[in-house]
Design a protein around this ligand. Structure first.
Ligand code: NAD
Length: 240
């Protein structure tokens, strides 16, 4: 594709928050877009052509990707916004099962999505894959040990994949939002939200539309010399 309008896009986790705003923005830009989310997801309004999938289940991801390729005739860009916050709790208050569940959805899920989409993109000689990390993965947020670890894992995954596919025309990047007003962020207890807000030079949380605007650029054909990069979206709360 020469422009985003010519791109065929799959947005995972598209029923809510950043994924929903991304699917809306890409559609508004003229791209072909299919949204996917859990079978149990409640879609706001009617999502044309949405697909059920669970990123922890390789077979469901494979089937959804095959449906998307069939429906659009190929796949140029994949934005993986599937993620969970999990219980906000101290490390000792987090069970091993809870820790593993968050790692499985947020990190293993990203690996499963990557394995499902990268071979065809590489064969086509073009692709844009974006996973969602978080400033939590760079800073380590108190009372989010598993979430922070899962989002740190995305950084390593994306950088490794970027190198593996660097000669194929496929880029693999991550977006690291700080605090974006979505249903997920609203699960954070009020006092912890206030502590986060105090760290933001712009003095406000971000919006899903602001996340979608940066995502659109990262998965556009124009972003052709940028891979293995973690883009901050944090209102000036620069993290290394
Ligand atoms: P959200 O809860 O509004 O949306 C997440 C979507 O992922 C939901 O629709 C949910 O059904 C879907 N999902 C969850 N588990 C899934 C699974 N196993 N398979 C498929 N879909 C699944 O949350 P959001 O805030 O829009 O978050 C999107 C991404 O951005 C997440 O990875 C999140 O960790 C990351 N993020 C968000 C913020 C923030 O402040 N909102 C900050 C940093 C990172």
């Amino acid at each position: 594709p020469g422009t985003i309008a010519e791109s065929r896009c799959l947005v995972i986790g598209a029923a809510s928050g950043i994924g929903l705003a991304t699917a809306e923005r890409l559609r508004a830009s003229g791209a072909a877009v299919i949204g996917a989310d859990l079978p149990s997801a409640r879609w706001p309004g009617e999502d044309p052509g949405s697909l059920p999938l669970d990123v922890t289940d390789p077979e469901s991801v494979r089937a959804a990707v095959a449906s998307a390729v069939q429906a659009m005739g190929g796949l140029d860009a994949v934005v993986n916004c599937a993620g969970i916050l999990g219980p906000v709790a101290s490390a000792l208050g987090t069970t091993v099962e809870e820790f593993e569940r968050i790692l499985t959805v947020n990190l293993t899920g990203a690996f499963i999505v990557s394995r499902a989409v990268l071979p065809a993109m590489a064969a086509a000689g073009y692709g844009r894959l974006l996973h969602l990390s978080s400033t939590a993965g760079k800073e380590g947020v108190i009372n989010m040990p598993a979430y922070s670890a899962s989002k740190a894992g995305i950084l390593g995954l994306v950088k490794s994949l970027a190198k593996e596919f660097a000669l194929t025309g496929v880029t693999v990047n991550a977006l690291a939002p700080g605090n974006v007003m979505t249903p997920l962020f609203q699960e954070v207890p009020a006092e912890q939200q206030a502590a986060q807000a105090a760290k933001i030079p712009m003095g406000r949380f971000g919006t899903p539309a602001e996340a979608a605007a940066l995502i659109e650029f990262i998965v556009s054909p124009a972003a052709s010399y940028t891979t293995g990069v973690v883009f901050d979206l944090s209102g000036g709360r620069a993290t290394y």
